[in-house]
Design a binder for this molecule. Structure first.
Ligand code: 13P
Ligand code: SF4
Length: 369
């Protein structure tokens, strides 16, 4: 258990240390803690953090890694919903640490459990739930929403497994209610040939989400009105412009981008898909990538033999991912050395139980496909 407050190291003390000292302290703590700790890093983390990660991955891979590690402490360099998923999937005695509690996700915040439950009741009131409706949540959502899906035959999906999971659910259910990312939902629905008028948008601030009962009954997909502010910055004109400026360029984007951008791109997929595509590309090939800037810059550095551009010229950075600074990591790690667990992410037992159903369902369905 945590020591008394006076023994807890103070973050402010780390903010004045040099970058070199911070890096050395993180490595020294890592060595000393050995197998007791695993540092997981999402692909959007900054270079000075990702260099300390034991394992890196997209949000799906990180959830599987969290479910498989035996480490006593999982230090999660990512955002809040990812750390929550690690706590849900981890072993009971494991402790999950998010080095900065301000590392949230603005998209995940666009759907609250109260709004989702209210929407579900509205659908029940107009008879839509007499059809078989599956609630599917993007990984970028709260544990409470994942638990809601677990209770109601639904599942969690990520950008790397949305297609196989939609495939299963579209066959077994009459319709899906997808939250909170309208773009991933619409892009994936389009891949299954669902016409746009069968994919209605649910605005949580309006009665029936701003739809008529008839539209909701006829819809195949109900899409929550949420989006990622980082990927929302990529516009169709960026694709047109880069194609004019860089002849032969291939456009590769994350499916959180709007459908108009995905439609104009050559390829779209999760952060791991983006990395793999560039890794396997021929030397001399040209790429314009529509995703978070830290990942794109890292790819450009790793592959100087390939021409790599950020799809939009302005800074497309996930400000909340960026909150995990090496100073926070050093502070969290050295506190672990002292036996203090700071910034622990802990999901309550009931939420954990049902969210685990939805997450485990995701993993088993993904592994089977
Ligand atoms: P990935 O699942 O591709 O890692 O994406 C997570 C995310 O938050 C992208 O914005
Ligand atoms: Fe959330 Fe967008 Fe940041 Fe991903 S990039 S964590 S969706 S705000």
């Amino acid at each position: 258990m945590s020591a008394v407050l006076e023994d807890v190291r103070i973050l402010e003390d780390y903010l004045v240390m040099s970058d070199e000292e911070i890096a050395e302290r993180i490595e020294a703590a890592r060595q000393e803690l050995g197998k007791r700790v695993v540092i997981l890093g999402h692909h959007y983390q900054r270079d000075d953090v990702i260099r300390h990660a034991d394992l890196t991955g997209d949000s799906y891979q990180l959830s599987v890694m969290a479910s498989q590690t035996d480490a006593e402490y999982i230090v999660f360099c990512g955002v809040h919903f990812m750390a929550e998923s690690a706590d849900i999937l981890g072993k009971p005695a494991q402790r999950v640490i998010l080095p900065d509690l301000g590392a949230g996700c603005s998209m995940a915040d666009m759907a609250t459990i109260e709004q989702v439950e209210d929407a579900w009741e509205q659908l029940r009131d107009i008879g839509v739930l007499d059809q078989r409706v599956a609630p599917i949540t993007y990984m970028n959502s709260s544990a409470a929403i994942k638990a809601f899906c677990g209770r109601n035959e639904g599942v969690v999906c990520t950008s790397s497994n949305a297609i196989p999971l939609f495939d299963i659910y579209l066959k077994e259910f009459d319709k899906m209610f997808f939250f909170p990312d309208q773009h991933l939902g619409r892009n994936t629905g389009s891949k299954f040939g669902i016409p746009l008028d069968k994919m209605v948008l649910w605005n949580p601030n309006e009665e029936l989400g701003g739809n008529t009962p008839e539209q909701l009954r006829e819809a195949k997909l109900i899409l929550w009105r949420g989006h990622c502010s980082v990927h929302g910055r990529f516009k169709p004109w960026h694709v047109d412009k880069i194609r004019q400026e860089v002849p032969g360029v291939q456009v590769l984007v994350h499916p959180e981008c709007m459908k108009e951008v995905v439609d104009l791109s050559d390829l779209d997929g999760s952060t791991s898909f983006i990395i793999k595509t560039v890794e396997n590309a021929r030397s001399g090939s040209k790429w314009a990538i529509g995703t978070e800037v830290n990942l794109v810059n890292r790819l450009a550095q790793r592959f100087p033999d390939k021409e790599i551009h950020l799809l939009a010229p302005d800074l497309c950075m996930c400000a909340t991912m960026y909150r995990i600074a090496p100073q926070n990591l050093a502070w969290a790690m050295e506190n672990l050395l002292d036996g203090n667990v700071v910034n622990e992410i802990s999901v309550d037992a009931e939420t954990k139980h049902y969210a685990n159903i939805a997450l485990e369902r995701m993993i088993s369905m993904t592994e089977k496909k």
